[in-house]
Design a protein around this ligand. Structure first.
Ligand code: ADP
Ligand code: MG
Length: 255
């Protein structure tokens, strides 16, 4: 994209589930090289917003523009191929598989038709195998798990499992990484380590958007904060701007 162009832009984005408008008319931009936090009370539409951006849900209104391209109609694996990867609110790793195999699944998702193919290892076996392995190892190095590659993922502690989940997403070599509540279930020390990892990834050129409840993490980490309430965007700005925004204070006190 041209310099100064947003990495991601959503225009009038919305989705309804029956009578419920889970995300409603959200227009926002995410800038490259930044950490953007999406916050808001429970049920505000944060996870749904991520599901829309990553193609898991199709919007009932609006558009999603990524690096200048309208990606609104694309299926999830094509969205991954364009450079958007995500982790899930509940960690979805394969406990019995090795740390490396988990990361390799993340790598195959980019090059194959989808997760099922990734798991079944269909298609051009040999070449893909070594390429996936190399891509997966690079991802493990980025999260500090290269030394644990051969261990079963289930043998790692909570923080290690979170890192595996992040490595699976990184293995697709994204431009934008979406993290849904990455610090959930983490103690303060683990949370601090996670913040260090996120900063490190961003200084390496990655852009990150995260949903997080832990306000110390959000305020200490985010360059930009987008606030959702009842599916609508009620504010966007720096941590300093957001903390003194009356609409934000009201949304949190009223919930
Ligand atoms: P948050 O992540 O901010 O806590 P969510 O995005 O998970 O909120 O949910 C926003 C609203 O949309 C909630 O009322 C939730 O129950 C509803 N919702 C989310 N996904 C679905 C779905 N697939 N079907 C029906 N309702 C949904
Ligand atoms: Mg959520």
């Amino acid at each position: 994209p041209l310099s100064g162009a947003p990495l991601l832009e959503v225009q009038g984005l919305g989705i309804r589930f029956g009578g419920l408008h889970a995300v409603r008319d959200v227009t926002a931009q995410l800038q490259p090289g930044r950490i953007t936090a999406i916050i808001g009370p429970n049920g505000a539409g944060k996870s749904t917003f991520f599901n829309l951006i990553s193609g898991f849900y199709k919007p009932t209104s609006g558009r999603i523009i990524f690096r200048g391209e309208d990606i609104t109609p694309l299926r999830t694996h094509l969205v991954v191929g364009r450079g958007i990867a995500r982790t899930f609110q509940t960690t979805t790793i394969y406990q019995e598989l090795s740390v490396l195999d988990n990361a390799m699944i993340g790598h195959r998702v980019r090059t194959r038709a989808g997760l099922l193919d990734a798991l079944l290892r269909t298609g051009r076996e040999r070449h893909d195998e070594s390429e996936s392995r190399a891509g997966a190892m690079r991802a493990l190095e980025r999260v500090g798990l290269a030394g644990q590659a051969a261990l079963p993922a289930g043998a790692l502690n909570q923080e290690g499992k979170k890192r595996v989940g992040i490595a699976m997403a990184l293995a697709s070599d994204p431009h934008l990484l979406l993290l849904d509540e990455p610090a959930a279930g983490m103690n303060p020390e683990e949370t601090e380590n996670l913040m260090g990892l996120i900063r490190q990834l961003v200084s390496g050129g990655l852009s990150i958007a995260l949903v997080e409840h832990k306000m110390n993490l959000v305020m200490g980490l985010a360059d930009d904060i987008l606030v959702l309430h009842h599916g609508q965007k009620i504010a966007q700005g720096t941590p300093a701007q957001i903390t003194r925004d009356p609409a934000v204070v009201e949304a949190y006190l009223g919930s």
